[in-house]
Design a protein. Structure first.
Length: 317
């Protein structure tokens, strides 16, 4: 008898995602190697770490008999679009609670329009209500109020980060051959789930470096530690977060960062997403040859998503 098709795998992601070496004399002169883990190529509508984090949650939602995913995000949230696309693909309804009640009266930007095209219902909340709800997601009363409005739902936090998501991100490491001392796996950090999963899965001697894309986000260190405790029952000492390459804040792309990204694109023929990936790559180049990435380091940079398809970078705050 043919086994039933896994509706999540039916999304047909490209796994394992490709590895690409980068030949750059600026890094070679400092004794550092760089390769790119092209997770941006995993799926056209659910790329990169969004697929990794959503897959186990989609399975949980289906296994528990949910008919709807409910989640949170900003006006240009990659996560919102990914949930909308993934929900449509596996037959789940989707609701996106969007930060900023003023957006309800504005024309839809390309990102929100795409989410609606996948069938997602959008709700626009003021920032205070948005923050308060996210802080209370672990409380039954908060979930009950959400379900009074939208019915029984599988609730995902902003960015989709929970223990299941971190475990999904850990699968990146299984696709990286021969990791050991001298290896550093690097990723951008928005909520901490991808970094937590990578660090938990690394072999002895390898390290993880996260690059915070949010200004003043020291709380992310605690969030990664919390995910490790909840998901693995222990702490890990093989990771750190760089808090100096946020570019001025989430969604901000200062001129120097834009110039770096354009130069990288010209040298290596790879379009670079600005709000996350460019900041992560800039950090690697800035730290190469120093104490954080000493000579002999081999850096695997996880490319978590593709560039925006239209102008408007910096509006995702």
């Amino acid at each position: 008898m043919t086994p039933p098709l896994d509706p999540v795998l039916a999304l047909a992601p490209r796994l394992p995602s490709p590895l690409r070496w980068v030949d750059d004399e600026r890094l070679a002169g400092r004794g550092v190697e760089l390769r790119l883990k092209r997770d941006d190529l995993v799926h056209p509508a659910v790329p990169g770490n969004k697929w990794r984090k959503l897959a186990p949650n989609l399975r949980a939602a289906l296994d528990e008999g949910h008919a709807r995913l409910l989640t949170f995000g900003g006006a240009y949230s990659n996560h919102i679009r990914a949930v909308a696309a993934a929900g449509a693909a596996v037959g789940l309804g989707t609701v996106g609670v969007i930060r900023g009640d003023e957006l309800a009266r504005a024309p839809r930007n390309w990102s929100l329009a795409r989410a609606e095209a996948y069938g997602m219902e959008l709700a626009f909340w003021d920032r205070a209500r948005f923050r308060e709800t996210l802080r209370g997601l672990a409380e039954p009363g908060t979930v009950r109020r959400l379900e009074e409005r939208w019915g029984r739902s599988y609730v995902l936090p902003e960015g989709g980060t929970n223990v299941a998501a971190a475990r999904g991100a850990a699968e990146i490491v299984a696709e990286l051959p021969d990791l050991g001392p001298g290896d550093v796996v690097c990723c951008a950090v928005g909520t901490g789930g991808t970094l937590a999963g990578i660090a938990a899965a690394l072999p002895e001697g390898a390290r993880a470096l996260g690059v915070a894309v949010v200004k003043g986000a020291r709380y992310l260190d605690g969030e990664v530690a919390r995910l490790h405790e909840l998901g693995w029952g222990r702490a890990f000492a093989n990771w750190r977060i760089d808090h100096d390459h946020h570019g001025g804040g989430y969604g901000r792309v200062p001129a120097g960062l834009a110039a770096f990204a354009e130069d990288f694109e010209e040298r290596h023929g790879l379009a670079v997403e600005r709000r996350y990936v460019a900041k992560m790559l800039r950090c690697v180049y800035d730290l190469a040859g120093g104490p954080a990435l000493p000579p002999g380091s081999r850096v695997t940079a996880v490319i978590t998503g593709p560039p925006d398809p239209v102008p408007g970078l910096g509006l995702g705050q």
